[in-house]
Design a protein around this ligand. Structure first.
Ligand code: HEC
Length: 149
């Protein structure tokens, strides 16, 4: 009996430790995006992606990107249809072929340590940090994507 109780408490402990480590959109990523990205990717001023593509020059002149204000918007730049876009743009150069950071990395924070910390959270949230485009992406790459809500 005592052993059974010990075993159960260990399982409960392990389960709560695992869930405490999970990085979620609602717990971590939403706040980063609100603080650092929505000035250019917010619902009020930025268009849906296809609209942005259609009138790219117009939006670029305004300094606006495409909408990324919700969970659903954000994950479409991770898995599909814009496979790997989030990773290519946010990478600090450690995973890119040319060793250069993506052009959105600079927005992750005002200091290098803040940028690294927020990049770490994005990496933990996404899981499989693959910079590949859709044509090179494998089923295993997709299975490795976590993006918890
Ligand atoms: C100063 C404005 C600005 C800020 C702040 C900004 N972005 Fe952007 N972003 C843009 C613009 C404009 C584009 C479109 C031009 C381009 O492709 O570089 C873009 C493009 C992107 C793309 C590429 C989407 C695609 O598939 O073409 C991603 C991903 C992205 N941003 C993510 C982010 C994230 C995440 C943040 C916050 C850490 C962020 N951006 C902060 C202006 C900004």
């Amino acid at each position: 009996m005592k052993n059974a109780i010990t075993a159960i408490s260990l399982i409960v402990l392990a389960a709560s430790a695992a869930s405490a480590q999970e990085t979620t959109w609602s717990g971590s990523i939403k706040g980063i995006v609100e603080k650092h990205c929505l000035v250019c990717h917010g619902a009020d001023s930025a268009p849906e992606y296809p609209l942005f593509k259609k009138e790219k020059e117009k939006w670029l002149t305004k300094g606006q990107g495409m909408r990324m204000d919700s969970y659903s918007h954000l994950v479409s730049f991770v898995g599909w249809p814009n496979t790997g876009a989030m990773m290519r743009r946010l990478d600090d150069g450690k995973s890119s072929k040319d060793g250069k950071p993506g052009n959105m990395y600079q927005h992750l924070g005002s200091t290098e340590s803040e940028r690294q910390q927020n990049l770490g959270l994005f990496k933990a949230w996404i899981g499989n940090w693959s910079l590949k485009r859709w044509s090179d992406t494998t089923k295993d790459d997709l299975i490795g994507i976590k993006v918890l809500y």
